[in-house]
Write a protein that binds this ligand. Structure first.
Ligand SMILES: *Cc1c(COP(=O)(O)O)cnc(C)c1O
Length: 375
């Protein structure tokens, strides 16, 4: 049996090695490192794949979020609703822009933003909401959009973990990131569509927002060396775009490999109440960026040590929710308790899931877990 890893990017690379090596060397040979044909082509291919009008590549998923909030015209003091149960980037950019993160609970079954709680936290200063499609499935976007319609707030979907997932709602079937005003994603290597370095992208169906996003991502430039706005430097390079174009062709197959792993785990753990398997929301497909269990009445640290000894890596996404991070206490101290978020942070455990898992590995993981619990 091959050693088990949380993500196996090397085996994945070996399957596409020839095409990747060729594409990378081609870019090197062309010396078109910044900009270039692959960046443009990747945009068009993603626009088609996602059925979203504009896809604007940028340097990483954190920049994508920052640029999205800048394009929406958020001003210092504005409040932005965000789940606390997320990767810190979502909250970080809010704070960096001088905005105020207002932490919202998540649904205890789906791990995505709780709209009833969001509604309670709306004030006259609320400017936007950032639903995070955590672990690979969409937040309830019908509820998000109706809250936005009622209150006039803007919507930025953080789809760094859910590219390729679909949401089915009152407006039919849509790609994750194509429902709110702006969608953002990350091409960090371990993401479902990952490059070989850093990368990200911003999605929108609005021509106006697209223009403003392009401008902000390029130093606020309207015309070469004319800067009507204060922007940032955030671009995807041509080598990364070349890699992503190749991997995009495999994205559906990659998602189905992940879904097969999840189905295997679900079947094996079905009769074990201590291992609560992830629930799939009726409005979303799940692309399983993570396969995350909720543990019931088990010591998580001891279980992780046991798994580790058996050669099985596991991880906690995320052990400390944003509202409890030292750097963010200044925002959360005056905010209500986050009971569900605290409970989930203490109980979640993610198992290895990736595109290259072998049946022997899955058997070893599930047998080890079952033996441990039943002993
Ligand atoms: C990975 C991730 C990001 C940040 O992406 P980077 O490319 O690492 O900047 C933002 N939000 C979520 C939910 C993520 O998982």
């Amino acid at each position: 049996m091959k050693p088990i890893q949380l993500v196996d990017l090397h085996t994945q690379y070996l399957h596409i090695k020839e095409e990747i090596d060729h594409a990378i060397l081609d870019v090197v040979d062309s010396t078109m490192f910044i900009g270039g044909v692959h960046v443009k082509e990747l945009s068009s291919e993603l626009e088609k794949y996602l059925d979203i009008k504009h896809v604007i590549p940028c340097a990483n998923g954190t920049d994508a979020l920052q640029i999205a909030l800048m394009a929406l015209g958020c001003k210092p003091g504005d409040e932005i609703l965000t789940p606390s149960f997320t990767y810190i980037a979502t909250c970080e950019v809010i704070a960096l822009l001088g905005l105020k993160p207002v932490f919202v609970e998540v649904d205890p079954n789906f791990f995505t933003i709780d709209i009833d709680d969001a509604r309670k936290k709306i004030t006259s200063k609320t400017k936007a909401i950032v639903p995070v499609h955590l672990y690979g499935q969409c937040a309830n976007m019908d509820m998000v959009m109706s809250l936005a319609d009622e209150t006039g707030i803007k919507v930025v979907e953080d789809t760094a973990q859910a590219i390729g997932a679909h949401h089915t709602g009152i407006n039919g079937k849509k790609s994750a990131g194509g429902i709110g005003d702006i969608g953002t994603t990350s091409f960090f290597p371990s993401k479902n569509l990952g490059c070989y370095g850093d990368g990200g992208a911003i999605f929108t169906n609005s021509d106006e927002l697209a223009e403003s996003i392009r401008r902000i991502a390029n130093h606020g430039q309207t015309k070469r060396y004319y800067h009507d706005y204060i922007g940032v430097n955030s671009r995807l390079d041509n080598i990364q775009a070349a890699v992503l174009r190749i991997k995009l062709k495999h994205l559906d197959e990659y998602a189905s490999n992940r879904q097969n792993v999840a189905t295997y785990y679900n079947d094996q753990f079905a009769d074990i109440p201590q291992l609560e398997t992830p629930s799939v929301a009726p409005w979303s497909t799940h692309v399983y960026h993570q396969y995350t269990l909720k543990l019931n009445d088990i010591d998580r640290t001891q279980l992780q040590e046991h798994l580790d000894k058996a050669g099985i890596p596991s991880n906690i996404y995320y052990p400390v929710p944003a509202h409890r991070q030292k750097g963010y206490l200044q925002y959360s101290e005056s905010q209500p308790k986050m009971i569900i978020t605290d409970d989930l942070s203490a109980r979640v455990l993610s198992l290895p899931i990736h595109t290259e898992m072998e049946i022997e590995q899955l058997e070893h993981i599930t047998n080890t877990l079952k033996d441990y619990i039943q002993k």
